[in-house]
Design a protein around this ligand. Structure first.
Ligand code: BG6
Length: 481
């Protein structure tokens, strides 16, 4: 027995080329390794931010209060009571930040418009001064040749609307469509790509379920389920309103932190299990938007707490979109299971590595599997990675530099996997790194740094980190190695 094994091993050794043979053979081969990691010529490299996280200037030019102003000023809600009152002061420093983007070499900037700057009262009379800020920003981007990708709602709901029930009331969805139509009517000459809403579960489940995010409510399950439904309906209404209001052909989508899944092992049964899990885990949001129906399992599981809706609602929710934005930070491994529902989402062991945020588990394959499964499951033809990046424990060294090699490690590995997918035909057209700057990270305040530029929040000084140089080089060469 032992001898047979030994012989088998020897046979394998005999046919496997030695290192020396391989090196010689490589001379005759084209240089495939660099080609393997080159992105398509028209691939759009960008960065992303959001209004409340970077703008500051919360009282400037007639901006009304948002739920995040109220929430962050409520004692005990955020890290050390920190607020977005000043944040990165991009409202005043936007020229500087666009110059930073130019230096980086990005071709796209994903930013969001603060609804309470445009409609301080949530709806009704618009505030031209609020709109003017975005016009100034857009002029600057245009001059720099950077394409704007605009999100209409990245969680800063006007407080007045929250006072009337917020997303728990269907009236907020109608107000959202009104705001979307007005804003698109004003800015569609300068912006081609519009996203309705950023990350449903973050502002609905965390805002109205666990109470961790603004407005900090813990609604009973039935009301929470209806609130989820109101939000996807609002998205659909806004898609229709945007199309009707646009002054020229534009592209409409959304940015969702899809609950990613991946096969623990790359075989057919695991891949199938990951695909089923993807549909179910995203049933309240992505699945209903893309399929026009809630999964049976979702509705059955909720029983009497299931949302009430009409067939007309489902049509509106699934109004066709032109592209899908997905925010991808991590994913979860899935294995097949014999019993219902046919899969098991594996909970992570304590030793699973994560970045500075304890939720940010490192799994580079997320950027391969999530876009791939989304495209395969729903036939999506145009995808953007609207957010990817990580927090790190950055420190300014005595020489003034921030050498964030852990962030570089994260980005390099994720982008290698993104390249793998694209080279297999996964239709990802662009990538927006979160984030250009360290910024106000919601309940984490300023304690978690996601930027490739270090921000001193006392002086607003910006210091590009080593990861900035890494990304700049990657964009310049259009390749990751
Ligand atoms: C995404 C959000 O979920 O993750 C961003 O769209 C956010 O706004 C980023 O900044 C990091 O999340 P967090 O919760 O750690 O600040």
């Amino acid at each position: 027995m032992e001898r047979r094994d030994f012989l088998k091993g020897a046979a394998v050794l005999a046919v496997a080329p030695s290192l020396f043979d391989r090196a010689q053979a490589a001379d005759d081969l084209p240089d495939v390794s660099s080609q393997l990691h080159t992105f398509p010529k028209d691939f759009l490299w960008g960065t992303a931010t959001a209004s409340y996280q970077v703008e500051g200037a919360v009282h400037a030019d007639g901006r009304g209060p948002s739920i995040w102003d109220t929430f962050s000023h409520t004692p005990g809600k955020t890290y050390q009571g920190e607020t977005g009152d000043v944040a990165d002061d991009e409202y005043h420093l936007y020229k500087h930040d666009v110059a930073l983007m130019s230096r980086l070499g990005v071709k796209g900037y994903r930013f969001s418009i603060a609804w309470p700057r445009i409609f301080p009262e949530g709806t009704g009379t618009p505030n031209p001064k609020g709109l003017d800020y975005y016009k100034r920003l857009l002029d600057q981007l245009q001059e720099a040749g950077i394409e704007p990708f605009c999100t209409l709602f990245h969680w800063d709901l006007p407080q007045v609307l929250q006072d009337k029930g917020g997303w728990a009331s269907p009236a907020t969805g109608r107000a959202f469509a009104y705001y979307a139509a007005y804003t698109v009517g004003q800015l569609s000459d300068r912006i081609s790509h519009w996203m309705t809403i950023n990350e449903f579960d973050s502002f609905i489940d965390a805002g109205y379920g666990s109470g961790e995010f603004a407005p900090g409510l813990r609604l009973p399950r039935r009301e929470l389920m209806q609130t989820r439904h109101n939000a996807v309906l609002a998205h659909g209404l806004a898609v229709q309103a945007i199309r009707a209001a646009a002054k020229r052909p534009i592209k409409v989508g959304l940015a969702e932190d899809i609950s990613g899944t991946m096969p623990a092992i790359d075989d057919e049964v695991h891949i199938r299990a990951a695909q089923i899990a993807l549909r179910e885990k995203n049933a309240p949001y992505m699945t209903v938007i893309l399929e026009g129906k809630y999964t049976e399992r979702y509705l059955r599981g909720l029983g009497a707490d299931a949302p009430r809706f009409t067939p007309e609602d489902l049509k509106i929710i699934s109004s066709p979109i032109d592209f899908l934005g997905i925010n991808v930070y991590t994913t979860q491994e899935v294995i097949p299971a014999d019993s219902e529902p046919g899969y098991l989402v594996v909970s992570r062991q304590a030793s699973y590595p994560h970045m500075a945020s304890d939720w940010l588990y490192i799994n580079p394959q997320a950027l391969y599997w999530t876009p791939k499964l989304v495209a395969d499951t729903w036939g999506v033809r145009t995808l953007y990675i609207t957010e990817n990046g990580c927090s790190a424990d950055d420190v300014i060294r005595p020489d003034g530099r921030v050498l964030d090699t852990d962030r570089i490690m994260y980005l390099r590995n994720y982008l290698t996997q993104l390249h793998r997918g694209i080279s297999e035909g996964v239709p990802v057209r662009g990538y927006f790194l979160w984030s250009l700057l360290d910024n106000y990270e919601w309940t984490s305040g300023y304690s978690k740094r996601f930027g490739i530029t270090y921000v001193d929040f006392q002086t607003e000084t910006r210091t590009p980190k080593l990861s900035f140089d890494f990304y700049q080089h990657l964009i310049r060469t259009n390749a990751v190695v």
